[in-house]
Design a protein around this ligand. Structure first.
Ligand code: NAD
Length: 299
């Protein structure tokens, strides 16, 4: 993506944190920008601070297909076709899977995974039909690669979003639409306050909010990377059409360790009956994937 100016961008979760940095950076590049967020008051506050005719707000719950379609129509009626999509809205629930309820699953999966799915299903067909290329950035996390017991559902959504992004990158390349997955570490953001926006219909299965932990998380997020720094790194990656956006270089060694540990789980089993035919087939697939990745890097 080289030509940002004049394009319309749709940034979910644009009123706080990472999204607010993206909004500022895109406006500075000359884009029209829609701040798509569930917090109406925060949208108003952001618009006031930005004071730009090229910014608009749209209140939307990304987990709703209908609401996303309505938001898309509203934004396109004002700013024209969206060709830059940032599926960024996200929430966190710092607990293990076995202590979670179905309501917990529905909430976190709804926002963190179905949100980006709804973004893609709403906008990508429109982007393809418009034929002007474009870009999709999905905000995952380092938690799309590194998992521990907590937060289990969050890890599940972010791993899935990474897979979706990688597949989409391959299928959208012929349409001139780039796809990247953003994997930040700690961000100076408001995500610790996610419980505030949990929908009433999914509260029955919620554990009581652990206010001590929320306070601790708020303190930790103060050390997070500034959203404006993250946004600059995102734009740089889009210009290079780079798939992984690793904003936090301090994670490089940990990933190397993890990849080594994964490889250590292989065993040298003797060939089974179908081994020869299977590896022949896998070689064709592997060469195909390699060619595809090479092509995607050079586009
Ligand atoms: N904070 C971190 O340390 C961190 C680290 C890695 C990845 N991330 C990811 O970054 C993304 C942005 O989060 P953040 O840290 O900036 O948090 P944040 O809470 O500061 O901002 C998220 C925004 O999303 C909005 N939002 C939440 N649910 C929504 C919904 N259903 N529909 C529409 N908008 C909704 C919120 O109102 C908020 O404005 C998330 O996907 C998060 O998982 C955050």
């Amino acid at each position: 993506m080289k030509d940002f100016a004049g394009r319309t961008a749709f940034v979910t979760g644009g009123a706080h944190g990472v999204g607010s940095g993206l909004v500022r950076a895109l406006l500075a590049e000359g884009c029209n920008v829609a701040i798509a967020d569930i917090r109406a008051g925060s949208i108003q506050q952001a618009l006031k601070e930005l004071n730009s005719e090229r910014a608009m707000g749209v209140q939307v719950d990304v987990s709703s297909r209908e609401a996303m379609a309505r938001a898309a129509d509203e934004v396109e009626a004002k700013f024209g076709p969206v060709s830059l999509l940032f599926n960024n809205a996200g929430i966190n629930l710092f607990q293990t899977i076995e202590e979670s309820s179905y309501d917990d699953w529905d909430w976190v999966m709804g926002v963190n995974l179905h949100g980006p799915i709804n973004g893609v299903m709403t906008f990508v067909p429109r982007m393809v039909a418009a034929g002007k290329g474009g870009y999709v950035v999905n905000t995952a996390s380092m938690a799309a690669l590194l998992a521990a017991g907590k937060p289990g559902i969050y890890n599940t959504t972010k791993f899935a979003l990474r897979g979706m992004s990688e597949s989409l990158r391959a299928s959208l390349a012929p349409h001139g639409i780039g796809v990247s997955v953003l994997c930040p570490g700690l961000v100076k953001s408001y995500i610790y306050a996610s419980d505030e926006i949990r929908p009433d219909r999914l509260k029955a299965g919620a554990k009581p909010v652990d206010t001590v932990n929320v306070k601790r998380l708020a303190e930790i997020h103060e050390f997070g990377m500034e959203p404006d720094v993250i946004a600059q790194r995102v734009l740089e990656a889009m210009r290079e059409n780079r798939f992984h956006i690793f904003t936090h270089p301090e994670f490089r060694d940990e990933l190397r360790e993890l990849f080594d540990e994964i490889l250590q789980d292989f065993r040298d089993y003797p060939p089974d009956a179908g081994f020869e035919q299977r590896t022949g087939f896998e070689k064709i697939r592997r060469d195909g994937y390699k060619q595809q990745r090479k092509g995607l890097r050079s586009t």
